[in-house]
Design a protein around this ligand. Structure first.
Ligand code: PEP
Length: 250
């Protein structure tokens, strides 16, 4: 049985103080959920996450990491720093990083490898644009992106890897993939992972869906056999919506 994850991607929203209050409210409400709660927050918010969420069954992580271990890389944040703040997860290859910062599959793979070296679980994002989807090339495109982004990762190093399928046309747009379309892609990803690693590995990998997940569409998505929860932007910022998403992930 794969435990579902509802991972919030807070992007560049909420100041650290706002986030700290939100964490306290979440912990105070003690959501009774079968899913794992995880919040991917801004770097300056991470110390508050570890302070307030530790021991409360809510996990945290960053939205990116440097591919370098340390050195003269102004503005970057290393995996050692994230490990020091007890990050369990960290997002790599989000489409906003891929498009606004021209991140290649090779760079995403370096970042994922770095995280795994430090026992932080990468939430590795892949997904096609609208143009690719309309041309009917979404499966080939997404699997190629996945292949490139997993370069150098072995079954031994990839323990607990999480993949997020996020069709770019559905992120922050209010358009969601239908549960059937999302399920079809997740199945393709799992089948491909079985070939790249092995069947046991593929059966354990959690594959999250992301793209305008909201409380009113989450149940139908999360009920699909190969959808193991969500990576959620907008709806994860509101406490009641986030709790509703946790409840939808049975
Ligand atoms: C995301 O940021 O990864 C995302 C899926 O955003 P939204 O839920 O707002 O579409």
């Amino acid at each position: 049985m794969r435990k579902k994850i509802v991972a919030g991607n807070w992007k560049m929203f909420k100041t650290p103080s706002e986030a700290k209050m939100w964490f306290r409210d979440l912990v105070g409400k003690k959501p009774d959920t079968q899913a794992e709660a995880a919040l991917m927050v801004s770097y300056p918010t991470l110390p508050y996450a570890s302070e307030v969420l530790e021991g409360n069954d809510v996990y945290w992580g960053a939205q990116d990491v440097s591919a370098h271990l340390e050195g003269a890389y102004t503005g970057e944040v290393s995996v050692k720093m994230l490990a020091d703040l007890a990050c369990k997860y960290t997002v790599v290859g989000h489409s906003e990083r891929r498009s606004y910062h021209a991140e290649s599959d090779a760079l995403v793979a370096q970042k994922a490898n770095r995280l795994l070296e430090y026992s932080i679980i990468p939430i590795l994002c892949v997904g096609e644009s609208l143009e690719v989807r309309e041309a009917g090339n979404h499966v080939a495109y997404t699997l190629k992106q996945l292949k490139g982004s997993l370069e150098g990762i072995t079954p031994q190093s990839a323990d607990h890897l999480v993949v997020a399928y996020e069709p770019v046309w559905a992120i922050g747009t209010g358009k969601t993939a239908t549960p059937e379309d999302a399920q079809a892609m997740h199945k393709e990803i799992r089948t491909w992972l079985a070939g790249r690693f092995d069947l046991g590995f593929a059966n354990e990998v959690r594959i999250l869906y992301g793209g305008s997940v909201k409380p009113d569409n989450a149940t139908a998505l999360f009920d699909q056999p190969d959808i193991d929860g969500g990576l959620v932007g907008g709806a994860s910022l509101k406490l009641d919506d986030y709790i509703a998403l946790l409840n939808a992930a049975k």
